[in-house]
Design a protein around this ligand. Sequence first.
Ligand SMILES: *[C@@H]1O[C@H](CO)[C@@H](O)[C@H](O)[C@H]1NC(C)=O
Ligand SMILES: *[C@@H]1O[C@H](CO)[C@@H](O)[C@H](O)[C@H]1NC(C)=O
Ligand SMILES: *[C@@H]1O[C@H](CO)[C@@H](O)[C@H](O)[C@H]1NC(C)=O
Ligand SMILES: *[C@@H]1O[C@H](CO)[C@@H](O)[C@H](O)[C@H]1NC(C)=O
Ligand SMILES: *[C@@H]1O[C@H](CO)[C@@H](O)[C@H](O)[C@H]1NC(C)=O
Length: 359
Amino acid sequence: MGTHQRLLFSSFSFYLLLLLLTGVHGSSGDSHHHHHHTHRHLFNFKPSKLFVFGDSYADTGNNRKSIANSWKVPYGVTFPGKPAGRFSDGRVLTDYLARFIGVKSPIPYRWRNFAVNRLKYGMNFAYGGTGVFDTLFPDPNMTIQIDFFQQLIKDKVYTPIDLQSSVALVTLSGNDYSTYIARNGSAQGWLDFITQVVNQLTVNLKRIQGLGVKKIAVSALQPLGCLPRSTFASSFQQCNGTQNELVSYHNLLLQQVVSKLNNETKDSSFLILDLYTAFMTVFKNKGERPGDSKFENPLKPCCIGISTNFSCGSVDENGAKKYTVCDDPEATFFWDTVHPTQEGWRSVYLALQATLEQL
Ligand SMILES: *[C@@H]1O[C@H](CO)[C@@H](O)[C@H](O)[C@H]1NC(C)=O
Ligand SMILES: *[C@@H]1O[C@H](CO)[C@@H](O)[C@H](O)[C@H]1NC(C)=O
Ligand SMILES: *[C@@H]1O[C@H](CO)[C@@H](O)[C@H](O)[C@H]1NC(C)=O
Ligand SMILES: *[C@@H]1O[C@H](CO)[C@@H](O)[C@H](O)[C@H]1NC(C)=O
Ligand SMILES: *[C@@H]1O[C@H](CO)[C@@H](O)[C@H](O)[C@H]1NC(C)=O
């Protein structure tokens, strides 16, 4: 996929995008303002449940053992101590948001019949590798995830009163885009595709709201150009600006859509979790502010395949490791080529929380 990606971005009409971006910058001040405004409203009620939709940035164990690295050693080494379906050495965004609103991390949908006493905290429908559209992974896309949720409401597992005191987390971390690149090496249609992705995401957000969830936090796309799979080429020294410009376009559209949705709603229901700014803040601060973590080189991952055709967790037919793991995952921001470590997520959470507390 890496090669395809490089191909795509190199032929991408960067100037067209720049034009588009500069054309709309003027309005971003406004939307930023609105964004702060929605923060203030998000937690002025006492949430009792968290429902989660999306991908590996939120999945806590729905993905299948047969296809996902998250069930292989060394995933989960920090928490819970063994591989358990999280794409990290430990906790992920879901766990930190649950902590923030004061509930236990919600049970993955797949395990709902094995922990009935945990249903009261909500449920996690996120599947690693998925997107709003079908991706290279066969797991349920976001539409199907919401179908699962809808069925549980129909079955009265969750009542309208439950939903009134609920928060939803929706993550979209780029699998639609990597699938597009893998299936369609051409850059043509790429900007249109960003629009399609955000439009489908909008449909999904409205559906979750329509089902009765009170507050919905949706992630902005993280800086894809800073993921180790992109910075690998520069020995983890430099983010790829071209890729980050594409991300900015996605995030701009998302911001516009969310402002519009909030304008149509009586009390603001939607909040953007700005992972782009949060990641960038953590990369920049490197422990300068209290509570920030100290990452020597925040772009360098802890767990790395020994060559580009091996990933974290892969072994050969004799069981010999085809990857290396750093000594101290707490000292790295990224765990593998795409996902933050637990400490990485913790610092992202702190960066997001700081925004909340300013209000
Ligand atoms: C950024 O990525 C594109 C495609 O992925 C590539 O063509 C370009 O060389 C990269 N830029 C840098 C500075 O690595
Ligand atoms: C979601 O997945 C289902 C089943 O694979 C598929 O029929 C549907 O078209 C997908 N939805 C979107 C928006 O791609
Ligand atoms: C691939 O790009 C072409 C234009 O070159 C576009 O018509 C088509 O829709 C794209 N394919 C996908 C899967 O989006
Ligand atoms: C909000 O909606 C009102 C009317 O529904 C409209 O006049 C106004 O321009 C909208 N504001 C934004 C920021 O979209
Ligand atoms: C792994 O990648 C290297 C180049 O990075 C290539 O020479 C080799 O053939 C690949 N091995 C397999 C099993 O694909």
